[in-house]
Each structure stands twice: as C-alpha cells, then as structure tokens.
Design a protein around this ligand. Structure first.
Ligand SMILES: [Zn+2]
Length: 572
C-alpha cells in the first residue's frame, strides 16, 4: 500500500488537526466508529477531529433518510414530476437544517432545462430482404426511443449495416467504419469494447467506447439514420429487463445544441439480432467474430426498413440541489471539493407483477443522497471548516444520461480548474460491514494514497472495481466531472462481508441487480444493514476533508484519458 509522504500527512485538515508528528495508529477492528482514545504514550492523533466529526454519520440517520427519500410520497422522483419537485424541496430543507449556505450563495437549487420525450413506437418493427421479412415486437425483442427532440421521426427504406463495435479510436489504431459512407443507414452495433487484450481498450475494463451513449453518438457522427445495439447480458453488464424499464416511457435530455443525431436509438435482444442477420443469410456469431479484428470493415446486410413514429415532446425543468460550506482560507476557499449524488430515479412506470408502479430507487440513489447528507453533517461537526470550500450537490437526471451533473459542469459555480475533486455516491452497501471497499476509478488519480490511508485506518483494504467489465466509471456522475478534467472518486460496496462466507457479497450484489435494480422493488428492506454504508461514507468524508484541508490539487496520473482536460482547465 503506498504510504503518504510526511509533508502530505502534515497538511492540516482543520484548525484542530495541526499536530506536527502525525502517525497513523495501527489498523483498528472494523467498526463504524473508528476513533478510540489513544494510549497516553502515543503522540496525539492528527486525525482525531476527523474521526470525531465522522461519528455524525450514523446507521440510524442513513436508514431514516433513505426511507424518507425513497418513500412513495416522492413517487419515484421522475424528472419534471411533482415527486421530483417535492424531493428537491426536501433535500434543500435538509441542507438548510444542517447549516449550509445555498450552493451559489442565493439559491438552494440550480434549475436544469429538460426536454421530455415519449416516443410511440410501433408494436412491430418490420425488416425486409428479397421478398422476405422479419418483424420484431416491441418490449420482448426491441426497445427504441427517438434520437431527436422532434415530434415526428422517420426513416425510409434505410439499409442495415453491421459495423462491429462502431468505434473510432485513433489511439488504439481502431476504426470500425473504414471510411465507408454510412449516411442514412441503420447501424447494427455490438455493445462493449474489445476486451481480450490488455493493450487494447484497457482489456476487460469497459471504457467510454463500450458505453451505449458512445455508440449512438458515434453512429450520429457517421450521419446514420438510426442505430441498433445488440443486447447481450455480458456485453451490457445488465439483463435486457434493465433496457426495457430504463428505455420505455418518457425519457429526458438537455435541449439539443446542434450536435448530429440519429432518428432512432434502439436495442435488440441477441435472439432478435440473430434472426435479423439470418434474413441476410448471415450468422451472427461469425459477424461478431469478424468484428474482433482491426481489419474489420462494415458489412452491408441488404436488409431495408422503414419506420415512422411520433413523440410527445415536453419542455420543463428539474434542478440540481446544492449547499455550500465556505472554506476558511481566503485563497483556497475559492476552490471547491464537490460531493455528488443523483436525486432522480425512474418515477412511475409500468406496474410490476405485484402491481407496484412506483420505482422508489432506495438503493439507487436515496442511499447516495443520504450518505452525502450525512457527510455534510460530519463537516459541520468539525471544529472549524476546512480551508477549501465544500459543495454538496444533488444532481438531476442521472438515470437519463448524467444530465444534471453535465449541466453543472457546463455551468459550474467556480472555474473548472478550481474544482478540486468530485466524490460521488451512487448506491450504497445495505448488507453490512465489509473488510474491503470498492473504489471505482482506482489507479487513475493522486487520490489513491489518501483512500488507501483512510481505509487502512478503518482496518479495511481498497479494491478496484470488482465488475470492471460494466464500465461503472462512465455510468455515474463522476464521469461528467472527469470530462472537464476534475479527478473523481466513486466509492462502492465492498465484497468481503464480515461474518459471511467468501462469495456471499458478490451474490448479494448480483441478486440485487437481478431482482431489484431499476425495478419497483428497489425499496428499503427490513433486513438491510447500514453499518457498512457508515464506513463508506466516513471514508469519503475523510478523503474529501483531507483534500479540502489544503495541499496540491488532486491530479490524474500521467497519461490518463482525462489528464488533457485537467491541463486545459488549469491553463497549462
Ligand atoms: Zn440507476
């Protein structure tokens, strides 16, 4: 484990933490309240004030907040709904009660313009080739939304072209399009990115190239009329059911800014893709195999389709909710450490088997909001505010594509070079205390030794993303911050649970994803245990407080994909 240099350790966290001879005590047993009186012979603990303040983060507080934020009263917090507005009001009232200032000095909310789009997709989508046809049925075989913000969308006699991964990445010498004219075509695209070679697209780790957002943007850059992603559970990282619930009903975007758009963005199941390419006399597995080589070139399928649909387009607002703890230093106080958690979820949708239609989003992401509220309380429990300012930011529209965080990064309260770090919470540990903590984004920034240091004080180890193939770094709000160069930290549930057999943690996480994730059943359960979440929140508090205490701004490791954006933000 990397050790901190003495000079870094000696930086004060808060006024009360300025002892000259810092020495971390030996790792203590895992317990939510890590601070214990030091034996008389040991020098005073430089982090005593941090540990004491961290005790403001309690399991009872987290349970109470998660229960409230995920209650039916807020109707699943769908963007631009009554529940959204009520939940935002509640969060703002909590920030005020904790004793923070409004995020921009005047208002508790940063309005975010949204466009809501509800496409009426046909029950069957038909594809033709030489007198034969295949019709895919909505929901079971295909899911699609409008790619534009227009009330009418159409593609006429468009040809399907298989484009492999649909990736153009000069840094890996990879271009699936090979200069082929794809204007007006419908691209059939594999999910994920090449994952078999560590020298290509970071091996099994999913990069942005492997995300659906990239695929549709990439297709639009080619002037395509539409894009269909082939869903498989391993390549998406989740079952088709998640596509069904997340992509049906009303979806939201920021207003367009003139970027290219496809008319239709769709997903097809693997079986549906197989029957489609079979219409062209092709074998899906062989096509997929051919796409695993740099020499791959687009394969026209000779299949055509026409599609016309209308969309209900509504314009309105949601908002980011924010509260500021002003830093004590006249210079460093102009810089800010951001804690973020998305407040939105999926709202009211298709009822599940029990008839429940409120998607409460307890774990996703009432748990993240509650951790950030708890962390704000811990900051207020410090003897003095840290030198840098701290912004507690509850962002809108994450489920719709990280919209609120994107909006904040386009309209930040301080210049982007003055945002020290983003510590993001999306989901939390509801299964108990772990011996490890997952750090999504580990290895990317200079925050690593701090995370290791404070986790060790909890008697815990830090592990990288345990499901790297799922691209978690690009799936929550720290990604919006990374795009403008801000180093990000995203802490997630560990997998080694105290008192449980090996493998139990992964089973819980996988079972949650199967039975509750993005479903109406993501509700607080009587057996949920918040002791591990307390530790994860205390860890993010300690790391953020250390950064807020002073010292150099966190940075990306040399060569990281986001280093250039940071340099630009810092004017270097
Ligand atoms: Zn979600």
């Amino acid at each position: 484990m990397p050790q901190l240099s003495r000079s870094v350790l000696a930086l004060t966290v808060a006024a009360a933490c300025s002892h000259p001879q810092p020495k971390a005590p030996p790792a203590e047993p895992v317990t939510p309240a890590a601070a214990q009186p030091a034996p008389a012979a040991v020098p005073p603990d430089p982090y005593a004030a941090l540990d004491a303040a961290g005790k403001a983060i309690t399991a009872d507080f987290l349970r109470e907040q998660i229960t409230k934020i995920s209650s039916d009263e807020f109707e699943g917090r769908g963007p631009m709904t009554r529940g959204d507005e009520a939940a935002r009001g509640y969060l703002a009232s909590q920030l005020q009660a904790i004793g923070l200032e409004p995020g921009d000095g005047t208002s508790w909310q940063q309005p975010v313009d949204l466009v809501g789009i509800k496409a009426e997709m046909p029950a069957r989508w038909t594809f033709h080739r030489s007198g034969k046809s295949v019709a895919l049925s909505w929901w079971d075989q295909y899911i699609a939304r409008s790619g534009t913000q227009n009330e009418r969308s159409a593609v006429t006699n468009a040809e399907l072209v298989f484009v492999g991964y649909g990736i153009q990445a000069p840094e890996y010498g990879w271009d699936d399009f090979k200069g082929v004219n794809l204007k007006g075509k419908i691209l059939v695209i594999m999910n994920n990115d090449p994952d078999w070679d560590p020298a290509l697209f970071a091996g099994p780790t999913r990069l942005f190239y492997g995300r659906w957002d990239y695929k549709y943007e990439s297709a639009a850059r080619q002037g395509a009329a539409g894009a269909l992603i082939i869903h498989t559970t391993p390549s998406a990282g989740y079952p088709f059911q998640v596509v069904q619930t997340s992509w049906s009903g009303e979806t939201f975007e920021l207003p367009t800014a003139g970027e290219p758009r496809v008319q239709v963005r769709g997903w097809v199941t693997e079986d549906a893709a197989r029957s489609l390419v079979a219409l062209a006399g092709r074998d899906l597995s062989k096509l997929i195999e051919s796409a695993r080589h740099k020499e791959f070139a687009p394969v026209p399928l000779g299949i055509t389709t026409s599609l016309a649909f209308t969309s209900k387009v509504s314009r309105g607002k949601s908002a980011n909710v924010w509260g500021l703890l002003r830093g004590s230093d006249p210079v460093l106080g102009k810089e800010v450490v951001v804690y973020s958690a998305h407040h939105d979820h999926l709202g009211i949708r298709k009822p599940d088997a029990t008839g429940d239609k409120i998607y409460n989003g307890a774990l996703d992401n009432a748990s993240g909001c509650s951790q950030v509220l708890a962390i704000a309380r811990a900051y207020k429990a410090l003897p003095a505010p840290p030198r840098r300012s701290v912004l507690f930011l509850f962002v809108a529209g994450e489920e719709q594509g990280l919209l609120g965080s994107l909006y904040y990064t386009l309209h930040p309260t301080v210049p982007t070079g003055k945002i020290a770090a983003d510590i993001n919470y999306d989901g939390g540990d509801v299964w108990g205390v772990t011996r490890d903590v997952t750090y999504v984004g580990k290895g990317k920034t200079t925050l690593d030794p701090l995370v290791d240091e404070f986790a060790a004080r909890q008697g815990r180890t830090v592990k990288p993303d345990q499901f790297p193939d799922r691209g978690a770094f690009y799936r929550s709000d720290q990604f919006s911050f990374a795009k403008i160069g801000v180093p990000g930290l995203y802490l997630h549930t560990g997998t080694e649970f105290v008192g449980r057999p090996a493998g139990w943690g992964r089973e819980q996480i996988e079972a949650f994803e199967k039975t509750r994730y993005h479903q109406a059943s993501d509700q607080v359960q009587p057996d949920w245990n918040f002791d591990g979440m307390v530790l994860d929140a205390q860890l993010g508090f300690a790391v953020g407080a250390k950064v807020a205490g002073g010292g150099p701004l966190p940075a990306w490791v040399p060569g990281d994909e986001f280093e250039a954006a940071r340099k630009q933000a810092l004017g270097r």
